[in-house]
Ligand binder design. Structure first.
Ligand code: HEM
Length: 214
């Protein structure tokens, strides 16, 4: 029996022949979406993170169905930006049909969102394949929760090959975006949508002195 070891290899120029304008197409749609709503940058960045933590960066967060990642605790009523990903996909398909994976589109959109928000940039390696399976149960297990302790969060990052430095630096993403804060955390009668940083401070404040804001 012949056994062949296969190791996937991502490259920055993966689509240089099949879809040379891919970076510009993605950048333009992301730019337009952010012009309409600045928060969209945060939402697209989070989609890539939530995609990658469940069975790798395979676009599985985008799949529809009854028992899919979209319905997991961390995503339901919270993950957003799917319509922008659809718009990017349509724009890409109109230029180069059937070659670019949705997982790569998410990776490029996350990088562009970060850059256009005034954050750092990085070279996106491409060539991911889209998965055909999306599991709500797996997402519930793999995605970090705000109710978990630091050790559990570190373990979840380690499970995808990320270290403590990665936990700290990637958590810096919370300098953009909004959080839905439940009434119990802020002493209000209804949930509030607050800037993430403000939300964190209010929670810390509540824990320390129970002085909640209305
Ligand atoms: C360290 C573990 C993490 C936990 C426990 C966590 C938890 C959360 C929670 C609870 C929210 C608010 C969601 C809502 O109320 O709808 C949020 C938002 C967000 N998270 Fe995280 N997160 C973590 C790591 C990350 C990482 C690694 C990234 C990106 C690299 C990220 C990017 C974001 C962004 C950009 C938002 C705002 C999304 C928006 O405004 O639509 N988070 N996160």
């Amino acid at each position: 029996m012949l056994c062949v070891a296969v190791r996937s290899q991502l490259t920055a120029d993966f689509y240089s022949k099949t879809c040379p304008t891919l970076p510009q197409i993605v950048r333009k749609v992301v730019q337009n979406a952010i012009k309409v709503e600045m928060r969209m940058a945060a939402s697209l960045l989070r989609l890539h993170f939530h995609d990658c933590f469940v069975n790798g960066c395979d676009g599985s967060i985008l799949l529809d169905g009854t028992d899919v990642e979209k319905f997991s605790v961390a995503n339901i009523n919270s993950a957003r930006g799917f319509e922008v990903v659809d718009a990017i996909k349509s724009a890409v398909e109109s230029q180069c049909s059937g070659v670019v994976s949705c997982a790569d589109i998410l990776a490029l959109a996350a990088r562009d969102s970060t850059l256009l928000s005034g954050g750092p940039s990085w070279k996106v390696l491409l060539g991911r394949r889209d998965g055909m399976v999306s599991s709500q149960a797996q997402a519930n297990l793999s995605l970090p929760s705000p109710f978990e302790g630091l050790n559990a969060i570190i373990a979840k990052f380690a499970a995808v090959g990320l270290n403590i430095t990665d936990v700290v630096s990637l958590s810096g993403s919370h300098t953009i975006g909004l959080a839905n804060v439940p009434p119990s955390a802020i002493g209000c009668s209804t949930s509030q949508e607050l800037e993430l940083l403000t939300a964190h401070w209010i929670q810390i404040c509540c824990l320390i002195c129970k002085a909640c804001v209305q």
